[in-house]
Design a protein. Structure first.
Length: 380
């Protein structure tokens, strides 16, 4: 038998249900174990450099008085559990005794005691509904203060607690998770607890496959569009060689500037696939025009780089200037993406001036050699 009390101990309410850059979800049937382990994980996160705003959605604890009746003593006096419950409820919460009617209006008459502490409650007289005899509550029951958990959090139909934290600027959420997993968890007793990481590292892994599939579709559609434009199977392949150059530049930029390969950085890398090909398209288009005017392959390549160098550099410079505020903003969300875009665009632009003409000239020379060999073979 339970009843609420004014003496309540409440932990800090945590209202954020989602995980942060670092998130660890605990599953288990024992709520006390969940709370103990979540507290240990919070302490472990506090001891890792770069963590901040450490929190847990573990249910708040409170205390309540529990009345446990001695059924043998109560039955000897003819007092049932229903009598005890009714008397306690009337004393603490009140009960409707009658209705007072006046001038067509009805007013409830409520009976309630002035009990406001446990000592007075222990001396509450309990009356038997069968015999009419009375006994003090402390004679037929024990009253004890016990802790309880106010609510039970569930995630995917399982009891769970989420421990999460944010990461200070200049630190990586992936490094924090790796430190937690490889070093700190060794000192935590996880008996009866299932632990699942739900931080930024897992989000990157989860979305990496989706981004990879998206990148493949982007390359496929780019190839189809370029195939229709250039009416050649080889020219689109040469143009798409700028994509790995951009990927190399993005990875180097993130490494040099100490930015993590976050989800937004990954988005920037994928976005580069559709941006960096424009420089190769400009070069290759001019090379083809020069070849149509009976210009030699090497001369056409040199002329294309010389004529298109200025507009390509200017357009790239304006793009870099436009992205620079995001890169230096210090934002954990946009700064890695801007760095990935800027570094990938810069490296691919500079290398495209060399790689695209060289590949074009090499393939064209190879095609000429094969044609000559084929002519000699037919002549024989």
């Amino acid at each position: 038998m339970h009843f609420s009390t004014l003496s309540t101990v409440t932990l800090m309410a945590l209202t954020d249900p989602g995980s942060g850059p670092v998130g660890i979800r605990l599953y288990g049937e024992d709520l006390n174990r969940l709370n103990v382990v979540s507290s240990q994980l919070e302490m472990a996160l506090k001891n890792i450099q770069g963590t901040t705003n450490i929190k847990s959605d573990a249910s708040a604890s409170s205390y309540e008085y529990v009345v446990k009746a001695d059924t043998e003593k109560a039955s000897l006096l003819g007092i049932s559990n229903a009598d005890i419950q009714s008397e306690i409820q009337t004393a603490l919460l009140g009960s409707k005794a009658s209705v007072y009617r006046k001038a067509g209006q009805e007013y409830d008459i409520e009976i309630k005691s002035g009990i406001d502490n446990v000592h007075e409650l222990e001396n509450l007289a309990i009356k038997s509904s069968l015999t009419g005899k009375k006994a003090l509550l402390k004679q037929i029951a024990d009253i004890k203060l016990k802790p309880q958990i106010d609510s039970v959090n569930r995630y995917k139909k399982e009891r769970s607690v989420l421990v999460s934290c944010d990461v200070k600027p200049g630190y990586s959420a992936v490094d924090v998770e790796n430190t937690m997993e490889n070093e700190k968890l060794k000192d935590v007793d996880l008996e009866g607890i299932k632990l699942v990481s739900e931080g930024e590292r897992e989000e990157i892994g989860k979305n990496f496959t989706n981004m990879g599939i998206m990148g493949i579709f982007i390359l496929f559609f780019l190839y189809i569009i370029l195939l229709v434009e250039f009416k050649s199977f080889i020219d689109p392949v040469i143009i798409l060689f700028t994509v790995p150059l951009a990927l190399i530049g993005s990875m180097l930029g993130l490494l040099i500037f100490g930015k993590p390969l976050s989800f937004t950085a990954l988005l920037g890398v994928v976005s580069l696939m559709g941006i960096v090909v424009k420089n190769a398209i400009i070069l290759l288009d001019y090379i083809n025009q020069a070849r149509e005017q009976s210009c030699a392959t090497e001369d056409a390549c040199l002329k294309a780089v010389g004529m298109r160098f200025r507009p390509i550099i200017l357009t790239t410079a304006t793009a870099l200037l436009g992205l620079s505020p995001l890169a230096v903003s210090g934002s954990e969300l946009f700064s890695p993406m801007a760095v990935a875009l800027m570094s990938g665009l810069l490296v691919s632009t500079l290398l495209a001036m060399i790689v695209i003409p060289v590949i074009y000239a090499s393939l064209n020379n190879l095609r000429i050699i094969r044609a000559d060999d084929k002519g000699k073979y037919q002549a024989m």
